[in-house]
Design a protein around this ligand. Sequence first.
Ligand SMILES: [Fe+2]
Ligand SMILES: [Fe+2]
Length: 295
Amino acid sequence: MSTIAHLSDVHFGRHDPEVVAAVEAYLFERRPDLVVISGDFTQRARNNQFQMAAEFVDRIEAGGLPVLAVPGNHDVPLYDVARRFARPLHRYKRFIDDDLCPYWENDDLAVLGINTARSLTIKDGSVSREQIERIRDAFNDVATHKTRILVTHHPLFAMPLEEEEGALTKVANRSSDALAAAADAGVDILLAGHFHRAYSVSAREMVDTAGPALVIQAGTATSTRLRGGEQQSFNWIDVVKDRVELQVQRWEERCFVSGRPTYFEFVDGNWRFAGRKEEEGVPAVPFEERAGGAS
Ligand SMILES: [Fe+2]
Ligand SMILES: [Fe+2]
């Protein structure tokens, strides 16, 4: 088994220092195998904001925890137009990671990150043709027993909008091609952020041609940019091949509180909701009763 702490949208510059400290304490106490941070490191891509974000990442890495990061739309300067178009991710590369296609692997997991942040759009993301080829190739030599994970800032899927019945969120440009590549590459789990909303669902429940990936969205881990009354949170993901346990860690006043573990199992070529633990060792919902959106 391997464990991922999935953080997103930390937004230094609009962060809550108490929550940042609590995240770090949590990580060092429980020590995941990998910390994924799926973009929006800063509020406005300013030097001092990146400096704080870099120090956060440095502290995690100095504590012996590997970090895999991708940039978000807020990591591209918004008002500095010259910088936005000439060197959109210059500061991200300087402060956080100069690799915009990071890859990490251990005995259980193979994890690829893809940058979806662009200069030409303010909020929306995009996947390039080169990146789609990278998704196709990255997992070629990965042993079949390993769980394959793709990380983006912008979700590749449209999610139901809570505010409006039947409405869906926007997706990254070329996301359907990226999803086809992910399906061909045998990607098991898609991790993303951007909407500041914790959410998980089997991809096939949204798009028939999506392939079997399990979609896991993270809320904002540390920022005060809260949406829909949702508190700061991050995802705690235990992965054994064909079985995922997801626990959303939510900020409640002065500490993070673990949500009930939600289980997914890969059965007959598809991820299925496999219950939610009510109390120690007892799944509350029978395996057969699938639920759509969880968490
Ligand atoms: Fe964000
Ligand atoms: Fe974003």
